[in-house]
Design a binder for this molecule. Structure first.
Ligand SMILES: [Fe+2]
Ligand SMILES: [Fe+2]
Length: 202
């Protein structure tokens, strides 16, 4: 993802449309925040399961990618939880059951499918609703998550294509928005502009 002159937002970007066959049940923004937290919790649990499977199957670099992406979903959960807690202080975060893991290539495709759904359906639909409600905090957290999810999908598909040609690159996680960069060749987060020095390497 390229670094633009201004951080990407729904105002200056043309990739925030909702897919025509949307599978997202849109509620109030409070309900949507909770649905997003549930979805991110499921993704976190799934990726930790897939990270263990990748390690057992001998795909160490892909295990690191799943672990980094799981950590990114935790960032999204915290961002969304902070907005929910302002509206509903007693809200408790949900948990998710671990799914079955399959062969590493299929786990990468499963991850990419989920990320594409979130980036092109769930988050754009929730952003639209949050805009209608004038909830700018929700617009902002959904936007950062949406942009990061599309990058996660890109990382998973790249790992799928290169599953038999791993390298020593590390994955660098932005602690603010969950963006993940492969390798050292970058200066700052293209989503939230955080400098590389603040990233966590996996
Ligand atoms: Fe993600
Ligand atoms: Fe970021």
């Amino acid at each position: 993802m390229k670094v633009r002159a201004q951080a990407p937002s729904i105002k200056n970007s043309t990739n925030f449309n909702v897919v025509a066959d949307s599978k997202t049940a849109v509620g109030t923004t409070l309900e949507n925040l909770k649905a997003a937290i549930a979805g991110e919790t499921g993704a976190y649990t799934k990726y930790m399961t897939f990270a263990n499977a990748a390690k057992e199957q001998g795909y160490d670099q892909i295990a690191r990618l799943f672990t980094a992406t799981a950590a990114a979903e935790l960032i999204h959960i915290d961002l969304e939880y902070a907005v929910v807690a302002e509206m509903e202080p007693n809200y408790q975060k949900p948990t998710a059951a671990a799914p079955l893991a399959y062969a590493c290539d299929l786990n990468l495709i499963s991850g990419a499918n989920g990320e594409i759904y979130e980036a092109s359906d769930m988050y754009p639909a929730f952003i639209k609703k949050a805009q209608e409600e004038g909830n700018l905090k929700a617009v902002n957290v959904f936007t950062r998550a949406k942009l990061a999810e599309a990058v996660h999908a890109e990382r998973y598909l790249a790992a799928y294509n290169d599953i038999d040609a791993p390298d020593d690159d590390k994955f660098h996680l932005c602690p603010i928005c969950g963006y993940i960069h492969k390798g050292e060749d970058f200066e700052k987060c293209p989503i939230c502009f955080r400098p590389k020095a603040t990233f966590t390497a996996y």
